[in-house]
Design a protein around this ligand. Structure first.
Ligand code: NAP
Ligand code: MG
Length: 415
């Protein structure tokens, strides 16, 4: 911590919820906090450690408490976390394969996840006509993420049954008459959640002044997907005047048509996606724009709570190298932008423009560092010009810190 900076730290009014995580992103998390945040901002962090052993120890209560804290304080910033599978249960000797923390948090906060790529001049997108960012609005509730599944051992009948709570007629549909083994799945969504998804997308698009696309497969799923289409259309109709005034258009497309058009398009729109489509398309769009390390993510709840994170995972492969004492070159950009997104939102909600300005200064420092040719391995090969000697994980962050320190003290950094 430089003493000059610490004397003049920006004071934040309201605490921020901090959700720490796992593996390489946990390593990055601490460096970012120590070098880019705490020397410059006097902010109380209400910390929840979602480190997998802590989740195991607390029977995952820590994850639920973190989500409740975001409800209470309004804004959270989250590190990537492991979603344990069988291999992780063994690796960490877990009591069980705890659910995805993001799934748990989304179930508590509801809301929609918006993922937007960070653009830097020297990393051109793979899709050459993508001139503007494509933001993915992922409905973050239900469908396969809250499904029930059954292994069918052999011949028999699988049915879908609904029994109305207040009595009345039971509805039954045959899913399949199995003649041999197979699988079956039941999933659901809620009108209220679909509606708040549509509303969150409209709010986001109006804020950002970008068009909205919504893609689903209502030709095949004539009730389930059609329900999404219809509720979306109702919400669009309700805000028609606002959309017209902002010059924003809405279009419904079949999901496969949306994919084909998105690739040919110049970008600059919000692509509203159902939960699974959003999971897949956000990785496709992130990679298309350059790297997962350049994709930001924010969960916007209908009640006005915000949780910021990087779109990528814990970068396990790099962590294993790091553990062996090898040098890594992990891109911390999206993790840093999770912090800046959260700080800027905190400042906006608290009416403290200094904090918003400072968040933007960090972002500028990151972009300028990359554009000056100090960047990590994921970008080195796709940057123009190519970078022969990528920065290490530590080197990249300290170059940003140096630039930020100069910016805050009103000096400029060359090169
Ligand atoms: P990942 O952590 O996103 O990494 C996949 C690969 O993408 C990496 O091996 C690396 O490629 C590249 N990559 C991703 N982020 C990068 C960065 N910041 N800088 C440089 N390269 C980057 O996905 P995963 O390995 O499939 O998942 C690891 C763990 O993360 C899993 O346990 C999963 O459950 C969890 N996960 C968490 C979240 C979340 O918390 N939001 C999201 C997704 C996954 P190279 O190896 O080629 O360098
Ligand atoms: Mg994913």
């Amino acid at each position: 911590m430089s003493s000059a900076a610490s004397d003049a730290r920006i004071v934040a009014k309201t605490p921020l919820v901090e959700l720490d995580g796992d593996e390489m992103t946990r390593i990055i998390w601490k460096m970012v906090k120590d070098q880019l945040i705490e020397p410059f901002v006097d902010i109380k962090l209400e910390r929840y450690d979602l480190f997998l052993p802590v989740r195991d120890e607390t029977n995952d209560a820590v994850t639920r408490e973190a989500a409740e804290a975001i409800k209470r304080l309004g804004v959270g910033v989250k590190c990537a976390t492991i979603t344990p599978d069988a291999a992780r249960v063994k690796e960490y000797s877990l009591k069980k394969a705890w659910k995805s923390p993001n799934g748990t948090i989304r179930a508590i906060l509801d809301g929609t996840v918006f993922r937007k790529p960070i653009r830097v001049k020297n990393v051109p997108p793979f899709i050459r006509n993508w001139e503007k960012p494509i933001t993915i609005g992922r409905h973050a509730y239900g469908d396969i993420y809250r499904d029930v599944e059954m292994l069918i051992p052999g011949a028999g009948t699988a049915e879908l049954v609904f029994r109305p709570a207040g009595g009345g007629e039971t509805q039954t549909l045959t899913i399949n008459e199995f003649t041999g083994g197979g699988v079956v799945m039941g999933m659901y969504n809620l009108d209220a959640s679909i509606r708040s998804f549509a509303r969150a997308c409209l709010t986001y698009a109006l804020d950002e002044k970008i068009d909205i696309w919504f893609g689903a497969k209502d030709t095949i799923s004539k009730i389930y997907h059609a329900r999404f289409r219809d509720i979306f259309a109702e919400e669009v109709e309700a805000r028609k005047a606002d959309l017209d005034k902002a010059g924003i258009t809405y279009q419904y497309l079949l999901i496969d048509d949306a994919v084909a058009r998105a690739i040919r398009h110049e970008g600059g729109f919000l692509w509203a996606c159902m939960n699974y489509d959003g999971d897949v398309m956000s990785d496709a769009v992130a990679t298309g724009f350059g790297s997962l390390g350049l994709m930001t993510s924010v969960l916007v709840s209908p009640d006005g709570y915000y949780e910021y994170e990087a779109a990528h995972g814990t970068v396990q492969r790099h962590y294993y190298l790091h553990q062996k004492g090898e040098k890594t070159s992990t891109n911390s950009t999206a993790t840093i932008f999770a912090w800046t997104g959260a700080l800027a939102k905190r400042g906006e909600l608290d009416g403290t423009p200094d904090l918003v300005d400072f968040a933007h200064k960090i972002e500028e420092s990151v972009v300028e560092t990359i554009e000056s040719g100090t960047l990590t391995k994921d970008l080195a090969g796709i940057a123009e010009p190519r970078v022969e000697k990528p920065a290490t994980t530590e080197g990249f962050i300290s170059a940003i810190a140096e630039r930020l320190t100069a910016k805050v003290s009103g000096q400029s950094v060359s090169g």
